[in-house]
Design a protein around this ligand. Structure first.
Ligand SMILES: [Zn+2]
Length: 134
């Protein structure tokens, strides 16, 4: 990735949590964090953190292996509908491609994205894993 540490640190909230805008006027939610409701233009919004639990709506398996990203091959990219009512795109982890199907319940966890080199910065972020029911 080759980000500088200060830039990565400034953006850490978007890497480590899912922030949603909830409108106090119309009650709708929107992803990502905003200061104005995209539905009714109200400024009476609050930022809530998603629990990161939802279901896979659709997915694709990416077999492209670029020069800079040699980890996590192949990658499973999914459209996920969170319980808060928004849809986001995320990467699935800890699951084999043949085990993924539409409708499985997933939850967000912190996982390693990549690293610059063996002694460089390690990048972490949110990925989704199949949810284990209690
Ligand atoms: Zn609104």
């Amino acid at each position: 990735m080759r980000y500088s540490i200060p830039i990565y640190w400034r953006n850490k909230n978007s890497y480590y949590s899912i922030e949603i805008t909830k409108c106090r006027k119309c009650g709708k939610v929107a992803f990502f964090r905003r200061s104005i409701c995209p539905f009714c233009s109200s400024r009476e919004v609050e930022v809530i953190k998603s629990r990161g639990v939802g279901r896979v709506v659709s997915f694709t398996i990416n077999y492209f292996r670029g020069d800079t990203n040699l980890e996590g091959y192949p990658r499973i990219i999914a459209l996920i509908e969170l319980n808060e009512g928004i849809k986001i795109v995320g990467e699935l982890s800890d699951v084999k491609p043949e085990e993924v199907r539409e409708g499985i319940e997933v939850e967000a966890v912190l996982r390693r994205y990549s690293s610059d080199d063996p002694y460089g910065l390690i990048y972490y972020g949110l990925k989704f894993i199949p949810r284990i029911k209690p």
